[in-house]
Design a protein around this ligand. Structure first.
Ligand code: G6P
Ligand code: ZN
Length: 543
């Protein structure tokens, strides 16, 4: 067994996006493609002697191959110890948890999150730093710079490591520790939530369906919800991680989890429904007849946080991504705490959490989490809701209605235009940006524009600046239209149009969402010329 130095040439396009490098599996399968990116990570990290790294993924196609490659490269770069989830499995929040708990130097997460899996699907890789969170831009940019200039990578030619048995082996002197992927995470959840109350809730006959979407959160949900919390077997559906996610699109939203939503709207609805995504960091919360928007979920968790033991002392602050509705801002105001508005991407929350400025974070893209780890956390959100339902005895529907009655309702929807011609999408955004200076003060479709800009974020902790983070048009009543190009798509460009309308009057809290937002939709179309410029007559996905 020796360490080989293999000559290579750079691949174009290895710049990490919103959440790491995501490409088609076929692109990753090109000889040297994954190796180059991993080499760039190690070149960025520098001397790895004495260091521990965590490694795991969502189990999608190519996960096992990639794990072996990375282990063999880590050994060649002198890493002291690698903690790997059994079977190569670790959900994204579990990687974050394990990094923090074991004081690791960082970790590598293999996932393309909610993007489809399988030989024709997507694969992804990202690096997380020692706080357990996604690497900040200066690190991802350094990785990218190395991908452009490297000329060789180093790798051990030792035989594959057995990933299926818990225990420690040695690879070129590097310790490979195969760990139970669930144990550390389950232990952390038990410290945050009132598991006794939730156990009692299930004993009283409370019913639930958790849809694992044949992705990574199944084993976690089974172990915790059915195992520790005593929910009946069958509570977790699609609980086995499959390499192609059983053909599901493991992105929990009312479109992809249509079956769950239909069940929750039907006569046999259980008390509570929930789903998670490919790598276990997203969540969807569903009550009888109502899918809770992620923006509302964040606001409701924040307003009731002290009901969970891990948050009994109160929350320090809230952060939300810019396109996420302002429902959480109203809660923060009532609690007398700060609410920060960051660009899209969980990485922007890291500094705020590390500095102790915020406890809860959320994104409209079905991401909710807290400072217990540095990733969003799907099952955590589900357990938080279970905790709220268990200690109050109120159903989801009542929680939501009471929240709106107290704070008002932020009607909210996102319209996605996927796989649009990238040149047309860029041109549309450029034309929109050019219009912005003249928009403020204008009246559009009965709304007065209070602010129109291309969002720029200055990190209050380190002063770093992120510009061009999405166009926002904010109306004088707080309603908003936001336009962004997605940073996670793998085909052409995806245009996201985010629509939000505030309604204080409880008598108008039960309109159909798209109807409630139709005025803003018309304004969005007019101002962006989206239809003319892209040739698309309607969104491909509405959530
Ligand atoms: C990932 C990131 C999130 C982000 C989401 C959508 O899940 O972790 O932070 O909100 O993708 O990003 P996009 O750029 O596609 O809107
Ligand atoms: Zn995800």
């Amino acid at each position: 067994m020796t360490i080989q130095t293999v000559a290579t040439t750079p691949f174009a396009g290895q710049r990490p996006g919103t959440s790491g490098l995501r490409k088609k599996v076929t692109e990753f399968q090109q000889p040297g493609y994954l190796e180059n990116f991993v080499e760039a990570i190690f070149l960025t990290l520098g001397d790895c002697s004495g260091r521990t790294l965590v490694l795991g993924g969502d189990g999608r196609y190519f996960n096992r191959d990639a794990i072996q490659t990375i282990l063999h490269m880590a050994a060649a770069h002198g890493v002291a110890r690698m903690l790997v989830g059994r079977g190569g499995i670790l959900s994204t929040p579990a990687v974050s948890c394990v990094i923090r708990k074991h004081g690791a130097f960082g970790g590598i997460v293999l996932s393309a999150s909610h993007n489809p899996g399988g030989p024709d699907g997507d694969f992804g890789i990202k690096y997380n730093i020692e706080n357990g969170g996604p690497a900040p831009e200066k690190v991802t940019e350094a990785i990218f710079a190395h991908t452009q200039t490297l000329s060789a990578y180093r790798i051990s030619d030792a035989p594959p490591v057995n990933l299926d048995e818990i225990g420690t082996t040695s690879l070129e002197g590097m310790q490979v520790e195969v760990i139970d992927p669930v144990a550390d995470y389950a232990e952390l959840m038990g410290r945050l939530f009132d598991f006794d109350a939730i156990r009692a809730l299930f004993k009283r006959g409370f019913t639930m369906k958790f849809d694992g979407m044949s992705a990574v959160s199944g084993p976690y949900a089974r172990a915790i919800i059915e195992g520790v919390l005593g929910a009946p077997a069958g509570t977790v559906i699609n609980g086995e991680p499959l390499e192609d996610f059983g053909g599901h699109h493991p992105d929990p939203n009312p479109v992809n989890a249509a079956e769950l939503v239909a069940l929750m709207n039907g006569p046999d609805a259980p008390d509570f429904g929930a789903a998670s995504d490919g790598d276990g960091d997203r969540n969807m919360i569903v009550g009888r007849g109502i899918a809770v928007t992620p923006s509302d979920s964040l606001a409701i968790i924040a307003a009731n946080a002290t009901l969970a033991p891990g948050y009994a002392a109160g929350i320090k602050g809230i952060a939300r991504s810019m396109p996420t509705s302002t429902a959480a801002d109203r809660v923060a105001e009532a609690l007398g705490i700060s609410c920060f508005e960051t660009p899209t991407g969980w990485k922007y929350f890291g500094n705020l959490m590390d500095a102790g400025m915020v406890t809860l974070c959320g994104e409209e893209s079905y991401g909710t989490g807290s400072s217990h780890v540095r990733e969003k956390d799907g099952l955590w959100a589900v357990l938080f809701w279970l905790n709220l339902l268990a200690v109050t005895g109120k159903p989801v529907e009542q929680f939501v209605a009471e929240h709106w009655a107290r704070f008002g309702r932020n009607y909210y929807s996102r319209h996605d235009y996927e796989a649009v011609d990238a040149t047309a999408a860029d041109a549309m955004m450029a034309a929109l940006c050019a219009k912005l200076p003249k928009l403020a003060g204008q009246t559009l479709g009965g709304y007065r524009v209070a602010l129109a800009d291309d969002f720029v974020y200055t990190d209050p902790v380190d002063g770093s600046v992120a510009s061009k983070q999405g166009v926002r048009i904010v109306m004088s009543d707080g309603s908003r239209i936001v336009f962004r190009l997605s940073g996670t798509g793998t085909e052409g460009a995806t245009i996201r149009v985010y629509l939000e309308r505030y309604e204080a009057d409880p008598a108008r809290h039960h309109l159909e969402t798209q109807q409630a937002l139709s005025g803003l939709v018309a304004i969005a179309d007019g101002v962006s010329e989206l239809r003319q410029r892209t040739g698309r007559q309607r969104p491909s996905v509405i959530t």
